[in-house]
Design a protein around this ligand. Structure first.
Ligand code: ZN
Ligand code: ZN
Length: 364
C-alpha cells in the first residue's frame, strides 16, 4: 500500500486511545483533497476506511469502474443508496470498536447520522492528522509542483508580451488561464487575480471590466495545477514608466520578500519568518498597509499548512512547500505584492519560481 497510508497508520498507532480504523469521508461538505491524497483517486463521492492491514474504498456507480482500474490494492465496495448507511453497515459488520474520523473531512450532518447508525462503535474525533502529513512533500509531489511553477513562470513571460492598453482585467485573466492550460496545466490552481490601478490595493481583487491604461500598476497572482498539485506566483508590473513612489514601494516589498526568504530554513519558526517580512515594511513606515501573512503551504490545495503569519505556531521542516508573499496596499493608489513558491531543504530553501522580480518591469 502507498506510503501515505503507512504514515497515517503510524500516526494512529501513537494515539493513546484505541483505534481500529480511520475513516476518510468525501461526501457533501468535506475536504476532497484529503481523500485524493490518501488514495491518489479523485472523486466527488467516496469514503475510505483504513484498517490495520487493509484499505476499503466505497464509491458509487459513477466512479466504481475507474476505481477498479486505478486502485488495484484496495478493496472496493459500491454505494447503492445512501453513503452514510453503507459506511455504517460496513463498520458494524466488521465489528470495529473505535474508528477515527477527522473533523475537517466531514459535515456535521453526516457525522451525526453516522454516529446514530453505528452499533456500539466509538468515533474518535481527530483534527488535521492528514493535513499534518500533507505538509511534508514526497519527491513526486515536488516534481509536479516544480512543473506547475514552471508553467506559471512561462505565463508571466507571456503576459509581458501580450499585455497592452485597452485589454480588460478579465481579458488578461482569461489569456493567462488559456496559456497555462495550453502549456500543460490540467487547470488553474485558482482563478487568476488580475488587478489594475487602484484595484491592486485589494489583495484578492476579482478581475473586472476596467481597461488597462498606461501609468498604472498591474498585479497578477496565478497558479497552474498539474496532476492535482498547485503552484502560486504573484508579480506586480507597471504599465509605462514607473514613478519614484512606485519604485520606492516596490523596493521595500522586494526587500521584505528577500528578508523573508533569507529567514527560511528547517527548524525555523513560521512566525519569525513572517516577522522578517513585517519588520522591513514597518521600518519603512508602511506597517499598517501589510495586513496578511507572509505565506502559506501549497500542495493539492493552493492554501494548506503550514501558515506563515504572526499567530502561527508552525515550525518549518525539510520538504515543506511554502510561499513568500509580502505586499503593501495603499487604498486609492494601488498595491504591490511579490510572491515566490519555494521548498524547505536540509540547509535552507530552494525556489520553484524563477520569474524576474529584481525591478519594476514596464512591458509597454
Ligand atoms: Zn498567490
Ligand atoms: Zn499565495
Amino acid at each position: 500500500m502507498n506510503k501515505r497510508i503507512e504514515k497515517l497508520r503510524g500516526q494512529l498507532a501513537e494515539s493513546e486511545e484505541r483505534v481500529d480504523g480511520y475513516l476518510s469521508i468525501n461526501v457533501e461538505a468535506s475536504d476532497r483533497t484529503n481523500q485524493r491524497y490518501l488514495t491518489g483517486f479523485s472523486s466527488t463521492l467516496g469514503c475510505t476506511l483504513v484498517l490495520e492491514d487493509s484499505v476499503i474504498f466505497l464509491t458509487d456507480s459513477r466512479y466504481i469502474d475507474d476505481a477498479e482500474e486505478n486502485l488495484p490494492e484496495v478493496e472496493l465496495k459500491k454505494i447503492d443508496s445512501k453513503a452514510v448507511e453503507t459506511v455504517a453497515e460496513l463498520i458494524n459488520e466488521l465489528g470495529l470498536e473505535a474508528v477515527a474520523i477527522d473533523q475537517n473531512d466531514v459535515s456535521l450532518k453526516f457525522y451525526n447520522k453516522l454516529k446514530k447508525l453505528l452499533d456500539g462503535v466509538e468515533l474518535l474525533e481527530l483534527d488535521g492528522v492528514l493535513g499534518e502529513i500533507r505538509r511534508t512533500k514526497e519527491e513526486e509531489e515536488i516534481r509536479l509542483q516544480d512543473k506547475a511553477a514552471d508553467i506559471a513562470d512561462s505565463a508571466f513571460s507571456h503576459l509581458l508580451d501580450f499585455v497592452e492598453p485597452g485589454l480588460t482585467e478579465r481579458d488578461v485573466a482569461l489569456e493567462l488561464e488559456f496559456f497555462m492550460r495550453k502549456n500543460g496545466a490540467e487547470s488553474v490552481s485558482f482563478p487568476p487575480i488580475v488587478a489594475h490601478g487602484a484595484q491592486s490595493a485589494k489583495p484578492h481583487a476579482n478581475p473586472g471590466k476596467s481597461e488597462l491604461e498606461p501609468g498604472n500598476l498591474l498585479l497578477v497572482d496565478m497558479g497552474a495545477r498539474c496532476d492535482g498539485y498547485c503552484s502560486d506566483l504573484t508579480r506586480t508590473i507597471h504599465l509605462g514608466e514607473p514613478s519614484a513612489k512606485v519604485k520606492e514601494i516596490y523596493r521595500i516589498v522586494l526587500e521584505a520578500q528577500l528578508s523573508g526568504l533569507e529567514a527560511l530554513g528547517p527548524g525555523e519558526s513560521a512566525r519569525k519568518v513572517h516577522k522578517a517580512t513585517s519588520e522591513v515594511i514597518e521600518e519603512a513606515g508602511y506597517g499598517d498597509s501589510y495586513d496578511h501573512g507572509a505565506g502559506h503551504g501549497v500542495g493539492l490545495d493552493v492554501h494548506e499548512g503550514p501558515k506563515l503569519d504572526d499567530t502561527s505556531d508552525d515550525t518549518l521542516e525539510p520538504g515543506m512547500v511554502v510561499t513568500m508573499e509580502p505586499g503593501i496596499y495603499l487604498p486609492g493608489w494601488g498595491g504591490i505584492r511579490i510572491e515566490d513558491m519555494v521548498r524547505i531543504t536540509e540547509d535552507g530553501y530552494a525556489r520553484f519560481s524563477h520569474a524576474p522580480k529584481d525591478r519594476v518591469i514596464n512591458p509597454l
